[in-house]
Design a protein around this ligand. Sequence first.
Ligand SMILES: [Zn+2]
Ligand SMILES: [Zn+2]
Length: 298
Amino acid sequence: MLVGNSTVSAGTYWNQFEEVSKYNADLNVAERLWVAWYAWMQNDVLATGIMSFMMHELVYFGRALPWIFIDSLGLLKAYKIQGNKIPSLREQWNCAKFVLLSHFTVELPQIWLFHPMAQFCGLSTSVPFPSPWTMAYQIAIFFVMEDTWHYFSHRALHWGPLYKAIHKIHHQYSAPFGLAAEYASPIEVMILGFGSVGPPILWCAITGNLHILTMYIWIVLRLFQAIDSHSGYEFPWSLHHFLPFWAGADHHDVHHEKFIGNYSSSFRWWDYLLDTEYTPDALKRRRENKGLKSSKAQ
Ligand SMILES: [Zn+2]
Ligand SMILES: [Zn+2]
């Protein structure tokens, strides 16, 4: 990256930031912080790897923290979906240890590999940043692609042998909580994680138009989606009340409770189209269809 003489390493990160600011008055603060980081690190793969991993940990545990407080203080009991199953602090601590181990052993290499692969496909790390519109439509596409990948691979993971060998671990908690979002077998973390990392790489390979900042925002939003859908709480202000096709906790909690149906991650359309929804309406519809078929057979 060449912006002024910012590629010359200048002592501390903040020295580097001052140096970048001198030569790039046209850039905003976020852009200057960004340029200084890459210039200071002198190694794009390392710079992206560290930033991605730190961001992933901060967002994952940071987003799970409020749910831990809510559970242990019993603050929002009225909104808990499975009200009789509040996870204990010990349970959450054991889950956190397992998740941390998986982050360092399975996700770290995956995060590290992302940069060289995406760079090969033309990923941009330069400034100025892409427009909010460009980021928004690309992230919307990633959400749709991830959800599709998630639906079919998650459904496959419920096939007997695969369930026993891989997916059973994730279903240890029949009443999920935020931290349990990535509580899963390493193989599952790789299979489902591909749904988050694969679409941006594919998009970048086809269009050659992807900025790594878009990727970061996508991962943050996807983490929020995964943790919130495992939170175990359903509110009158939950997103799916305003966006009826959004899945949310209401959708995924039932999956953990019943072990069947509601396979997708972010949206409800695949479960609706392929008749795997687990809602009172869908169950009634299925019962009626069955009744119709058996009365025809007689
Ligand atoms: Zn499942
Ligand atoms: Zn789950």
